[in-house]
Design a protein around this ligand. Sequence first.
Ligand SMILES: Nc1nc(=O)c2c([nH]1)NC[C@@H]1CN(c3ccc(C(=O)N[C@@H](CCC(=O)O)C(=O)O)cc3)CN21
Ligand SMILES: CC(C)C(=O)C(=O)O
Ligand SMILES: [Mg+2]
Length: 299
Amino acid sequence: MSVSETPGDSTGEQPAPYGSGAAPAGDPPGPAPERRKVRVHHLRQWKERGEPWPMLTAYDMYTAKLFDEAGIPVLLVGDSAANNVFGYDTSLPVTVDELLPLVRAVSSAATHSLVVADLPFGSYQVSIEQAVATAVRFMKEGRAHAVKLEGGSRFAPHVEAIVAAGVPVMGHIGFTPQSEHTLGGYRVQARGEAGVELLEDALALQDAGAFSVVMEMVPGEAARQVTRKLAIPTVGIGAGAECDAQVLVWQDMAGLRTGGAPRFVKRYADVAGELTRAAQEFAADVRGGEFPAAQHTFD
Ligand SMILES: Nc1nc(=O)c2c([nH]1)NC[C@@H]1CN(c3ccc(C(=O)N[C@@H](CCC(=O)O)C(=O)O)cc3)CN21
Ligand SMILES: CC(C)C(=O)C(=O)O
Ligand SMILES: [Mg+2]
């Protein structure tokens, strides 16, 4: 168990929500301490304490509510909704107008988790003004708590301007799916010499005021070095065990998506199998006259 903060410490902060440390030994029995809203400074506290934290994507009200209640401190409304909600073959086509209602749904349902809205391709690359305007829309209309965008040093000015507008920003480097045509497909990034560039990008984002950085599909050793050199937490996806946090797309993690998954995915459930079974049983019940029964019928 980790050392818990003394209530009423110099910052006047209550202990951070979640965390691996339960109530200190000797606490009176009773209801669990009140969970508090996750804020960006909590993520940095967990890094300082060496407590890894989980992040999942969510795109709708039910998953947001379940993951929030399960203690997932950060929910990402990913532009991966392109693949996993809208059925596009890449993340490039999804628009701000398509993502905004999903962000609003997740933000409305999450009572404690920090909700991060992913800025889609084309909604921030055009200019710094466009980046700020899009981030503001996701905060104002989507009611997000933070935004995420892809890119390193070249997007540091965009990050700085969004942060100056009062919006926390999460970076995303390594394999950046919105640039798949530049990167030449879904490939591991920052191998060998290119590890230097990964670190430069991460530092530029930190200097620009990002509160965290996602690293996608980079060698574990490169991710470890970046994580050690940054004060802000790193979030890995296919970036090894040494990141401060880990993120997966929920349909991959829960086995709703069938077919081959990337190597970095671990499957924790068979939601596809369970849903298929339920649909088949429902169909058989209807065809066999078993449903609806008397208790499903009004007098
Ligand atoms: N369902 C889903 N999961 C994701 O992780 C995800 C999305 N969608 N959509 C947006 C991006 C795209 N991502 C992906 C998608 C596929 C691979 C993949 O097929 N990787 C292979 C090849 C790696 C290589 O060439 O070295 C792998 O085996 O990991 C990786 C990242 C991550 N994101
Ligand atoms: C995979 C995560 C990091 C993401 O950007 C997304 O889901 O869109
Ligand atoms: Mg994304």
